[in-house]
Design a protein around this ligand. Structure first.
Ligand SMILES: [Zn+2]
Length: 176
């Protein structure tokens, strides 16, 4: 799931819990500025916000920054997202940056939630080696080798060569 935050109009602020001089949206703001202006502070459900993987910051109806959410901090009765901007080459960034708000809502809430199809590749799922860990990849780091080694041990008498010969005999090499 993703959280979408729509920036309001530019306004200067004093005593901001995030140490900012201004919040809101202005023309040609950088992604860094948009994230700083948008990541807080909001009245939001902390548990819900912490479970989001990505944040889209929207200004004037268009996505102006995309961040990966790493956590949520509390500031009195409000919260701020912690995270890192993602950039070109990231599927969520490439799909939404500069495009219309993909999660428009009728209620005019600045903070809303929704799912984005591009997030599927990042969903948390059980490691495929069967260890019981959760990961946003098919395997927890290094566990693909553990899974392969288990199969070599169980089915090929511990011989990697026997596995390779079996693969080659069942899947003829493409012509080189
Ligand atoms: Zn594993």
């Amino acid at each position: 799931m993703a959280v979408r935050i729509a920036l309001g109009d530019y306004q200067s602020v004093a005593g901001d819990p995030l140490g900012r001089d201004y919040i809101g949206c202005f023309p040609r703001m950088t992604e860094e500025e948009a994230w700083r202006a948008g990541r807080g502070v909001w009245k939001m459900n902390r548990t819900r916000a912490s479970s989001e993987r990505f944040a889209l910051i929207v200004g004037h109806g268009k996505v102006v920054a995309v961040a990966q959410v790493k956590g949520v901090t509390k500031h009195d009765d409000r919260h701020a997202l912690e995270g890192d901007l993602v950039s070109a080459g990231h599927p969520v960034y490439d799909a939404y940056i500069g495009r219309p708000d993909p999660l428009p809502n009728q209620s005019q809430n600045r903070v809303t939630y929704g799912s984005l199809p591009e997030e599927d590749a990042f969903r948390i799922r059980p490691c495929a080696c069967g260890c019981g860990e959760a990961s946003d990849r098919d395997f927890a780091p290094g566990h693909e080798f553990r899974a392969i080694q288990a199969r070599i041990r169980d089915h090929f008498s511990g011989s990697p060569l026997a596995l390779i010969q079996w693969i080659d005999s069942n899947h003829p090499q493409p012509a080189r």
